[in-house]
Design a protein around this ligand. Structure first.
Ligand SMILES: [Fe+2]
Length: 346
């Protein structure tokens, strides 16, 4: 078995492959690491057959939907998952066959209603049900401390204690453990009494994960994150540096149309000399009258360089094949001490 943990901050995902057949699966992939999974699989000579989420993540952005679209392979989750894009829904006790490997699913609700653990050979992928030195929290949507108690004490902890534990998170950087070690050392598991365990879980008083709204929105719908939207736009346009634009402005380049896509008040308080105003919110409405020549060389700029990237991508979709975006924004332009003009252009 090829077993490759991918660590990003506190998140852990896993590439698991069958060395004989070269079939593989990715467990709990994260959107920022999509190229890494594909690169690792290619390096190891593996073909990914399944993209598996152990549960609906509230604290990271799942890449299952995006990778499934690219690879044309199924997204796998527990039957209770609310995500409409799940292609294969597992019930407790069912297995996925990955080459010669068998990934056995166990429904372990508690952290979320759709949580499952996966057992493969001598390893247990515990998702957020059992962490090293901790357990998943139960205060996020569909969390239930009573259910977590049952999942732990009546299911997971009754398995072979020599099983190695691989969770979806490890905030302490402890990496690897076994069920036996967790039984001996995990402070949350000392509460063998149901009521005590539930009380402990209810009194943790944890702060909400950052980006929880966006994580739940995208992970439950298959929609895109704002970062994904920006990354896709950035991949579709060339950029020009601040220094290159400054040189062109100072040289009196009349071929390049600098299009400031901020709102009017921001534009009038200081813009690149010669820049024209066309706010992003009005781009599609005014493009035909303001930019009649689709062969024009256009450079978009905004305050931080993000909205201008979206605007340049939109212009390219509209047929302005020479639209580029400024690498940076007016904030950086001002901070660099580059020339500004206020008010309206003559
Ligand atoms: Fe989680």
């Amino acid at each position: 078995m090829l077993f490759e943990p991918i660590v990003t901050g506190g998140c852990r995902s896993y590439l698991i492959g069958c060395a004989d057949s070269c079939a593989a699966a990715v467990i709990d992939p994260e959107i920022s690491q999509t190229d890494r999974y594909l690169g690792l699989a290619a390096r190891e000579g593996l073909r990914i057959h399944y993209l598996i989420d152990t549960h609906t993540h509230a604290d990271h952005f799942s890449a299952t939907h995006e990778l499934a679209r690219r690879l044309q392979v199924p997204v796998v989750m527990h039957r209770a998952s609310p995500a409409p894009f799940v292609d294969m829904r597992l019930n407790d006790g069912e297995m996925l066959v990955v080459g010669k490997l068998r990934l056995q699913a166990m429904h372990t609700p508690g952290h979320t209603r759709d949580s499952m653990c996966l057992r493969v050979e001598d390893r247990l992928l515990t998702g957020d049900t059992l962490l090293i030195g901790a357990t998943g929290r139960t205060d996020l949507p569909t969390g239930d401390p009573e259910a977590l108690y049952d999942s732990l004490f009546r299911c997971i902890l009754k398995l072979d204690p020599t099983l190695k534990v691989f969770p979806a998170h490890d905030y302490g950087g402890r990496g690897e453990s076994t069920l036996a070690r967790e039984l001996a050392e995990n402070p949350r598991l000392r509460q063998h009494e149901r009521a005590m365990f539930v009380e402990t879980m209810l009194s943790l008083n944890l702060t909400m994960p950052t980006h929880i709204t966006e994580a739940l929105r995208t992970n439950m719908s298959g929609g895109k994150t704002v970062e994904q939207m920006l990354a896709e736009a950035a991949a579709a346009v060339p950029f020009m540096s601040l220094a290159e634009l400054k040189a062109r402005v100072e040289a009196g380049d009349t071929e390049l149309v600098v299009l400031d896509v901020r709102e009017r008040d921001a534009y009038e308080s200081g813009h690149v000399p010669g820049a024209r105003l066309l706010p992003r919110g009005q781009l599609e409405l005014r493009v035909n009258q303001d930019l009649p020549d689709p062969t024009q060389r256009i450079l978009t700029c905004c305050e931080l360089g993000r909205i201008s990237t979206l605007a340049a991508a939109t212009l390219r979709q509209l047929g302005f094949t020479r639209a580029v975006a400024l690498d940076g924004g007016m904030k950086a332009w001002r901070e660099a001490g580059y020339p500004l003009r206020s008010g309206v252009e003559p």
